[in-house]
Write a protein that binds this ligand. Structure first.
Ligand SMILES: [Zn+2]
Ligand SMILES: [Zn+2]
Length: 279
């Protein structure tokens, strides 16, 4: 649905609009959808856009063209809306069309405010985590659309950090102390580097695909020399896995990754799997 303003219609469609649907008619239809009260919010009772904003068909037909109800309110009761200006509601009530609650702002202010409002309505506070109820990416993190066409989306834990705590320095990550990715509770969030974030993920057993190899890997516990020694000791099953793992302070799983070449891939493994049964 495209949103237009009366002032933005071209000359001929503006004329047609004037002929067929007088402003007065629009006003009457508009007023039929609200319960005016001088200082309280006028809650829109008509059709509503997917994001909760009231809308009204300026032709009276179900197929539009549509205008946002609060913008119509502004134009009917205050005046025309300059191009590139948005109408903001000071009361933060999405359905409110009370002209006394409307002010002009720029598109950006409006987008950020609408993003914040949508965010605030989409999580459940518990005594522990604040659970995000909106959409999630396949990696488990919550996301929210920036608003506007082709605006993309933002991670909600980052948004939460920015709303409640402050700006995230360039290139830094927002990590969870609670290890619950859909959590947006600001006290569960902290700023870290990518390394912090990955080490954190590694420690919590969540990391799938290490990108570095060998000693350079941030989680490497062994040196290349130790790995060569392990492989040497394991040739022809000379030393039991359990003993090797204990000696080098690694888990059996880590040892198997080395033995089967899932880690330290660049070291030669000839002779490792020949010989007797595994022990
Ligand atoms: Zn209001
Ligand atoms: Zn949490």
């Amino acid at each position: 649905m495209s949103i237009i303003s009366l002032g933005q219609l071209d000359r001929s469609s503006k004329d047609r609009l004037n002929e067929r649907f007088q402003k007065k008619v629009l006003q009457e239809r508009f007023e039929g959808k609200i319960r005016p009260d001088s200082c309280k919010c006028w809650l829109w009772n008509g059709a509503v856009r997917h994001d909760g904003y009231g809308k009204i068909s300026i032709s009276g037909n179900a197929d539009g063209p549509w205008m946002l109800a609060h913008r119509v309110a502004y134009e009917l009761f205050i005046g025309s809306i300059p191009l590139n200006k948005s109408v903001l509601r000071m009361c933060n009530e999405t359905r409110c069309v009370n002209p006394h609650h409307l002010i002009l702002g720029n598109n950006n202010t409006n987008r950020i405010r609408s993003l914040q409002m949508r965010f605030m309505q989409n999580f459940k506070k518990t005594t522990g985590c604040w659970e995000w109820l909106g959409s999630k990416k396949s990696n488990g993190y919550g996301v929210i659309g920036r608003g506007g066409r082709g605006g993309g989306s933002v991670y909600v834990h980052r948004l939460s950090y920015e709303i409640f705590i402050g700006p995230i320095p360039d290139g830094l990550y927002v990590c969870h102390t609670c290890d619950n990715r859909p959590c947006v509770r600001p006290s569960h969030l902290f700023i870290g580097t990518q390394k912090d974030n990955m080490v954190d993920a590694w420690n919590k057993g969540r990391l799938n695909l290490p990108t570095e190899t060998g000693e350079d890997h941030y989680a490497a516990k062994l040196t290349r020399e130790q790995v060569v020694n392990i492989l040497e000791e394991r040739k022809h099953k000379r030393t039991k896995r359990k003993i090797l793992a204990r000696r080098y302070g690694i888990s059996i799983n880590t040892l198997d990754c080395i033995l089967y070449g899932r880690t330290w891939k660049t070291i030669d493994r000839q002779g490792i799997f020949s010989g007797a049964t595994s022990s």
